[in-house]
Design a protein around this ligand. Structure first.
Ligand SMILES: N[C@@H](CCC(=O)N[C@@H](CS)C(=O)NCC(=O)O)C(=O)O
Length: 208
């Protein structure tokens, strides 16, 4: 049975799962629903009131990063030891910290306070976290963990790019290792193929 991924018509936290499914050659239906009426109808029928939702092998799964980790284990992208698995999880958690401290402020209604918060995001918070990733790339031969491709690379590529799209600036401009990383991961054949064929993001929240 073909798997089904249900999310909104945007990259957001759907893209890491879409990319890991593609990387694993798991055929899936990429269901992109509207945020209005479609979502209001679907929401009360779900176990948890949010998306993405993955239906696979007769089961329904929620929680983006648990799903990513599950797919990554199947694809051999969760490192080769418990320590590597821990370092991957910690990297993804660090990215999530960065997103929580920046994306929510972006979606506040326009105000003087919002402008100040966005300035702090761009000038302080985002560079702080990107610097952490830049150092990891230096220490791990151009990958985030373990000197090889793991699901942390895919999550940082997709969500880092989403953040660029939201802020409409190339947040990686001053981070040469992260730029090289984005280039390298997005040129892996299966990932390149996915990036070329995925539908447009109507909200235009991406630069890649
Ligand atoms: N912990 C969940 C959170 C999912 C989540 O917040 N999804 C948002 C979209 S990015 C959503 O469904 N929002 C719709 C709503 O809250 O009504 C996960 O990681 O998958």
């Amino acid at each position: 049975m073909v798997a089904k991924l249900t999310y909104f018509a945007m990259s957001g936290i759907g893209d890491p799962i879409r990319l890991l499914l593609s990387y694993s050659n798991i055929e899936f239906e990429d269901i992109r629903i509207g945020k209005g009426e479609d979502w209001q109808k679907l929401k009360p029928t779900l176990k948890l009131p949010y998306l993405p939702m993955l239906e696979m092998d007769g089961k329904t799964h929620f929680q983006t990063f648990a799903i990513c980790r599950y797919l990554a284990r199947k694809a051999g992208l969760n490192g080769s030891s418990e320590e590597e698995g821990l370092a991957i999880d910690a990297t993804v958690d660090t990215l999530v910290d960065m997103l929580k401290k920046t994306v929510l402020d972006y979606f506040r209604p326009d105000s003087e306070e919002r402008s100040k918060l966005l300035k702090t995001s761009l000038e302080v918070t985002i560079p702080f976290y990107l610097n952490v990733f830049e150092k990891q790339l230096e220490e791990n031969n151009g990958y985030l963990v373990a000197g090889k491709l793991t699901w942390a690379d895919i999550v940082v590529l997709t969500l880092g790019t989403y953040l660029c799209g939201i802020f409409k600036v190339d947040i990686l401009a001053d981070f040469p290792k992260l730029k090289e990383h984005r280039q390298k991961i997005s040129e892996l054949p299966v990932i390149k193929e996915w990036l070329e064929k995925r539908p447009a993001d109507p909200e235009d929240y991406r630069l890649l």
